[in-house]
Design a protein around this ligand. Structure first.
Ligand code: SF4
Length: 348
């Protein structure tokens, strides 16, 4: 199978141009055609010589995302189930905020991390996406927004999969997204979220970017975290915390801790107290997420008053905490739920 043109960073395309006896500036023109003019074929790149268009056609292909379903929420959230060339399916979400449009992208088909509150992991990991397949989700979303003259203003890598288990492709995706000749998304408007793949966290600390890092922590200690997130047995709580401290010291950047509140499991006042003690003096912020109901698991939602009580305990102990505004609740916008339903109905 030919590689996807979206797989390549500008620098990689410049290398390709050199290897193919083409001037380096052609790479910039190609980038402009695919990310600024957003064409779907090499034939449309009319300022490139025909011989170059033929070379591109012979060596690369565009990613096709087939829209299987689209669900639109009352709050403006649009969730897509896209089919890939090999018939796997992935989810992408456009979220409307007062400050712009945010896109939540998928990095893997399924996930092997096994978080017990997540539908994405139910069928295990099928494969990782290429950089281009991640890029294509944003390009597709941008094309949809083009119709109303809007733009993608931020990206969250929080869809299906563990981006730090698909590290190189995720990094290339990010390089393409932030490039000024491409979609030119501000680095501070991008967040990558990991379940705590420690070696990749150290690597990411060395990348010298302004991209935000979020850690799915979901428990204040090792024992409870291992119950909720089997990945904690591979990368224990204490090691994740040490990697976080290293990242903050190295980059001077604040970390966001994602904490999914599950009724009666990790949402008691004592959990909030313990979490606050663990995070004491760290440059961080806690994002509390009322967990979505996953029918396959027996988790209950935390009552509203308890969510606020949890937040108050953190804030009293000087830990900045917010409650994530739920979006697309009426269309199963939580990661993996659409895909899980689709897999179930196609296997019937
Ligand atoms: S929450 Fe993220 S890391 Fe955990 S199983 Fe789901 S997709 Fe994987």
């Amino acid at each position: 199978m030919k590689p996807f043109i979206y797989d390549f960073t500008l620098e990689q395309l410049q290398e390709w141009a050199k290897d193919n006896s083409e001037p380096a500036f052609r790479a910039g023109q190609i980038f402009d055609w695919i990310y600024v003019k957003r064409v779907n074929s090499f034939e449309d790149m009319t300022n490139l010589p025909k011989s170059l268009r033929e070379k591109l056609e012979a060596q690369f292909q565009f990613v096709t995302l087939n829209e299987i379903t689209r669900f639109e929420s009352k709050d403006g959230t649009v969730k897509f189930l896209f089919g890939l060339q090999d018939d796997h399916s992935i989810e992408t979400v456009i979220m409307k905020h007062s400050y712009g449009n945010s896109i939540c992208v998928t990095t893997q088909v399924g996930c092997r991390v096994g978080c017990t509150f997540c539908a994405s992991t139910l069928g295990g990991l099928k494969r990782s996406l290429t950089a281009g397949e991640i890029v294509a989700q944003v390009v597709q979303a941008q094309k949809i927004l083009d119709a109303t003259k809007e733009r993608v203003s931020s990206i969250v890598i929080m869809g299906i999969g563990e981006p730090f288990e698909n590290y190189d492709n995720t990094m290339n995706f990010l390089r393409i997204m932030i490039h000024e000749k491409g979609l030119n998304i501000g680095q501070r408007h991008i967040t990558v979220s990991t379940s705590g793949i420690v070696p990749s966290m150290y690597k990411f600390a060395e990348e010298n970017t302004q991209i935000n890092l979020a850690i799915s922590i979901h428990a204040p200690n090792d024992a409870l975290r291992s119950k909720l997130m089997p990945v904690n047995r591979r990368f224990p709580f204490v090691d994740v915390m040490e990697a976080c401290r290293y990242y903050i010291a190295k980059t001077g950047r604040r970390i966001t801790f994602e904490y999914a509140l599950i009724g009666g499991v990790n949402d008691r006042p004592e959990h909030a107290e313990e979490l606050a003690d663990v995070l004491k003096d760290m440059l961080c912020h806690v994002n509390l997420i009322p967990v979505n109901y996953v029918p396959e698991r027996n988790y209950e939602r935390t009552p509203r008053d308890d969510i606020f009580a949890f937040q108050r305990i953190l804030e009293r102990k000087k830990i900045n905490a917010t409650i994530r505004r739920e979006q697309g609740h009426d269309i199963a916008a939580a990661c993996g739920q659409l895909r899980a339903k689709h897999m179930e109905s196609s296997s019937r």
